[in-house]
Design a binder for this molecule. Structure first.
Ligand SMILES: C[S@@+](CC[C@H](N)C(=O)[O-])C[C@H]1O[C@@H](n2cnc3c(N)ncnc32)[C@H](O)[C@@H]1O
Ligand code: SF4
Length: 461
């Protein structure tokens, strides 16, 4: 498949609206509190019939300091004594969760996210992995994808060595921007040496994939300043890059109120940064995977995209499409059988549920047939920029033109604008439409049609 992405300023401006990032469909906005522990347990029982492999997500919410831009679920604290009581609940949850799944089902994917997973001490991280192995069957290093999000300020070469020893083979590093003025404005002071130490250790210890997170749209960024950061990153040649668009939603994320609107780059500057970033990364040999993600052509994400087996979940793009996902810890979201379920979002509430001997799933959704069909279409488009209409008709026993008459009508304007091409056989997103893939997916979203007014999603660009 041709991998290009082309940049059309006028089109991007015209289509710039808020929209979901489709890490799930239906999105978390549709989760209801009528879905609780009993519904989750029933889904786990059904899922055991399938024998599908498993994926485990652990949420470690703590951060030593708060970055003002941050939209993640985190708790800023310097108090390291908060970790043991949290881990104690995680261990009890692991025990309860593991009782719901056949031991024969292998864990092929495991991810620690945050917050900052390396807020934990070396002993705590070792223990967490030991307890996990006690309750679940982890696949070998050659098969399993074991990844962790690392804040280089909270890790050194010894941490990386330990992480490899306890089983991790992939990592992503939060960098955001190397410019001191930008770093000061967002309260994330991180030296280049801190980042490089971790990256070099990852290569030395045999991590299979390293990924770097950058954000564009932060205060004081310019095309020149951001390209300096980018050049330094390209020089160390990570397998993957995530270039996130800064989602500024100060009504929702309180620390963002400390970022002055006047210091933010104008929309034209943001677009210029994005354009020059894409051009430079393409020149450096990276492939645009979609939705903020770039990878080297020999990276497994790029290979999976070529092979048509790429998938998207809460951690972004993934190669493990068929796993049931178990979310462990506060706010974690799981995807089991035909459901999504989320744990309580406040620490005290999560502790209260676990201490009472219950799982902490407090809201979720059971997907109906229509949800499943639409999720399949959105996943194909967002992962592969194309959808095989005949295959969809055969898989779901539908007449595509009838079932998706609405969606096809909504796509007409985008066809005329050259974003997408539709034939009897397939829908293909063209290079001009690739940055706007979520607008295209939105045509297949049955829930958006029922919404009026602002819905709290970030803007597309
Ligand atoms: C949980 S953090 C990564 C791990 C670690 N806490 C760190 O900061 O290095 C995940 C990533 O989300 C991105 N992020 C956080 N807030 C964001 C926002 N408001 N807009 C865009 N990206 C954001 C950052 O790039 C960050 O590295
Ligand atoms: S970006 Fe990472 S370190 Fe900073 S507050 Fe968010 S989760 Fe914590």
């Amino acid at each position: 498949m041709e991998q290009g992405v082309s940049f059309d300023l006028e089109l991007i401006r015209r289509y710039d609206q808020s929209g979901p990032r489709y890490t799930s469909y239906p999105t978390a906005v549709e989760f209801a509190e009528s879905f609780g522990e009993a519904a989750y347990q029933a889904a786990c029982a059904r899922s055991n019939e399938s024998g599908r492999p498993l994926s485990l997500y652990f949420h470690i919410p703590f951060c030593d300091t708060v970055c003002f831009y941050c939209a993640c679920n985190k708790i800023a604290t310097k108090d390291r004594s908060l970790a043991p009581p949290y881990l104690e609940r995680v261990y009890r949850e692991l025990e309860m969760q593991s009782a719901l799944f056949d031991r024969a089902r292998q864990v092929e994917q495991l991810h620690w996210g945050g917050g900052t997973p390396t807020f934990l001490s070396h002993d705590q991280m070792t223990e967490l992995m030991d307890v996990t192995r006690r309750h679940f069957t982890l696949a070998g290093d050659d098969v399993g994808e074991y990844s962790i999000e690392i804040d280089p300020r909270e890790a050194d070469a010894a941490t990386v060595k330990l992480l490899r020893r306890i089983g991790f083979n992939r990592m992503s590093l939060g960098v955001q921007d190397f410019d001191p003025r930008v770093q000061a404005a967002v309260n994330r002071i991180q030296t280049e040496a801190e980042t490089m130490t971790v990256l070099e250790a990852a290569i030395a210890e045999g991590f299979r994939s390293t990924s770097i997170d950058l954000i564009y749209g932060l205060p004081f960024q310019t095309v020149e300043s951001f390209s300096k950061t980018l050049e330094r990153i390209i020089a160390v040649n990570p397998q993957r890059l995530s270039i996130f668009n800064y989602a500024h939603l100060p009504e929702r994320f309180k620390p963002q109120r400390r970022i002055k609107d006047d210091d933010l780059p104008a929309p034209e500057v943001k677009l210029d940064i994005l354009q020059s970033t894409i051009a430079r990364l393409t020149e450096a040999g990276y492939v645009y995977i979609g939705m903020d993600h770039f990878a080297r052509p020999d990276d497994e994400l790029a290979l999976a995209q070529q092979a048509g087996t790429l998938y998207r979940n809460f951690q972004g793009y993934s190669t493990h499409a068929d796993c049931d996902l178990i979310g462990i810890g506060v706010t974690s979201i799981g995807k089991v059988d035909n459901t999504y379920g989320q744990n309580r979002r406040e620490l005290e509430e999560y502790y209260a549920d676990i201490d009472a001997g219950h799982l902490s799933v407090f809201r979720g959704i059971e997907l109906n047939r229509d949800d499943l069909i639409r999720r399949d279409m959105i996943t194909k488009l967002i992962c592969h920029f194309q959808l095989d209409i005949r295959a969809a008709e055969a898989a779901w026993e539908i007449r595509f033109a009838d079932y998706f008459a609405d969606a096809l009508a909504k796509l007409q304007g985008m066809v005329e604008d050259g974003l997408v091409e539709i034939s009897a056989e397939q829908i293909r997103i063209l290079p001009r439409g690739r940055l706007l893939v979520r607008n295209i997916c939105m045509a297949f979203d049955a829930y958006l049609a029922t919404k009026t007014g602002p819905i709290g999603f970030s803007r597309v660009i």
